[in-house]
Design a protein around this ligand. Structure first.
Ligand SMILES: [Zn+2]
Length: 382
């Protein structure tokens, strides 16, 4: 099976390399904004017309010739994607790109042979901790200390400059992997929440790490501070940068933590069942809008990690319908208790069968049963 893997490294460019990266980002922004302005009055023009127009624009603006030309073409593609999103009503009208936001550019990997030697314009060397990139040459990197080489074929690299002035490179690789044949014997249901991030039908609860809660408190404080500051002032920008830094920190921490949980669960089970979480009780509470955005991000990261890990390890992964009332049904007798819509009830005795249920573990058991139904349907079809 062919899979795509993205490796993200912190990039340590020299001052000259930084200048070139910034110049490339500037040129990409220039192209994007130039054509956005142009399309305002000529909306019958499509992406191919713009690609044809690009050489002319380059002739008129010498500085565009100094940077990686694939990047300029990708600016046109980005713009046409933004317009498609707008026409399909997925997003608003494309906006001009400002100098003060996060920026990135993607460059494609080109391969060839020269004097019988294989050549590639993007190469990662994990032993000397360097990456070779078009126009930039060798740049220092950090990350993946546990690996000594990257397997597979490199497709492209995306260079990102964060608001915090840190640079990263994300390298996408295609790898051919052998998936083990698994005899499916064990099954687990998983409930996702805010207090406990992940609860399994084995009765294991993985709570939000204390460190993250501490970061989140700090984040709330900073956001309150920001709302009181004068927009655009020096202190305002300082606070904004602090917030961006903290966001990145939380994101990394959480990803690492979720990755460990996902590994544990996928290694121990053959069939994994979760909810397809988009609308859940906990997200409907408007007072928790702050928690919502955080847990949204967290849940979607976790679900995609699960999907991915199950795929490469040959396990079965089911997502069940969001509207299935997993937390209201007693997992012992099947009685549906609508009183349990009240989220503050964490534990209760079932009025019909009398069994004592923990809200989240009970929900994860129901999710497991739904998964079993899907599995038996699948088996009986064969
Ligand atoms: Zn019951």
């Amino acid at each position: 099976m062919e899979i795509y893997i993205a490796y993200k490294f912190r990039l340590y460019p020299t001052d000259d390399q930084k200048r070139l990266i910034n110049k490339t980002l500037g040129c990409k922004r220039f192209i994007y904004n130039y054509y956005l302005n142009y399309l305002k009055d000529n909306n019958s023009i499509n992406r191919f017309d713009l690609h044809k127009d690009l050489p002319k624009l380059k002739e008129e603006n010498e500085f565009l010739k100094e940077v990686d030309s694939t990047v300029l073409r990708s600016a046109v593609d980005d713009l046409s994607k933004a317009f498609n999103d707008y026409y399909d009503k997925r997003k608003g009208y494309p906006k001009f790109k400002s100098k003060f936001s996060k920026h990135s550019y993607r460059t494609s990997c080109v391969r060839g042979t020269y004097k019988e030697k294989e050549y590639s314009n993007i190469e990662v060397d994990l032993l000397t901790r360097n990456i070779k990139l078009p126009k930039l040459g060798k740049v220092k990197i950090r990350g993946y200390r546990n690996k000594d080489k990257i397997e597979g074929r490199i497709l492209n690299a995306t260079i990102t400059k964060e608001i915090t002035n840190k640079y990263y490179v994300s390298v996408v690789v295609v790898e051919d992997i052998l998936v083990d044949k698994v005899t499916h014997t064990t099954i687990v249901g998983i409930d996702l929440g805010i207090k406990d991030l992940v609860v399994t039908s084995d009765g294991i609860k993985y709570s939000n790490p204390k460190v993250i809660m501490k970061f989140e408190k700090r984040l709330k404080r900073l956001q309150r501070k920001l709302s009181r500051q004068v927009k655009g002032s020096k202190n305002y920008l300082k606070t904004k940068e602090k917030i961006a830094r903290l966001h990145a920190k939380i994101k990394n921490y959480r990803k690492h933590y979720l990755n460990n949980i996902a590994n544990e669960i996928v290694n121990d089970h053959d069939i994994i069942v979760t909810e397809d979480l988009l609308v859940k009780d906990m997200f409907k509470d408007k007072k928790k809008a702050f928690n919502k955005s955080l847990s949204d991000a967290c849940v979607s990261t976790f679900l995609s990690l699960m999907e991915w890990k199950c795929k490469i390890k040959g396990k079965i992964y089911y997502k069940i319908n969001t509207y299935y009332p997993s937390s209201q049904i007693c997992s012992h007798c099947g009685y549906k208790n609508s009183k349990l819509k009240d989220l503050s009830i964490r534990e209760y005795d079932c009025p019909v069968c009398g069994s004592h249920n923990d809200r989240d573990i009970n929900a994860s058991l129901n999710i497991l049963f739904e998964g079993l139904k899907l599995y038996y349907n699948l088996v009986s079809l064969v």
